[in-house]
Design a protein around this ligand. Structure first.
Ligand code: SF4
Length: 81
């Protein structure tokens, strides 16, 4: 069985200002949640989502892109573990 290494990504929706930077830098991972007007983790990577945060798991080869978005987020709302 193939086992892929995954990394956890978390978006703090309470501090996200919906500037769109992460949607532009990592469109395969982040998108606008129309219900809250904040960022959420896209399918198929999203694992849980509520008004406060969106949490997902991404494959190792997307970590660099996610970290780039995290370091560009003006409010520090994205954490990649
Ligand atoms: Fe929200 Fe940060 Fe993404 Fe901007 S870059 S939309 S503040 S999570």
């Amino acid at each position: 069985m193939l086992v892929y290494k995954m990394a956890k990504v978390r978006v703090d929706k309470e501090t996200c200002i919906a500037c769109g930077v992460c949607w532009a830098l990592a469109p395969d991972i982040f998108e606008l949640d129309p219900a809250t007007g904040k960022t959420r983790i896209r399918e198929p990577y999203g694992k849980s989502d509520n008004e406060k945060e969106s949490v997902g798991e991404i494959p190792e080869n997307m970590v660099e892109t996610a970290k780039n978005a995290a370091s560009s987020c003006p409010t520090g709302s994205i954490v990649v573990e």
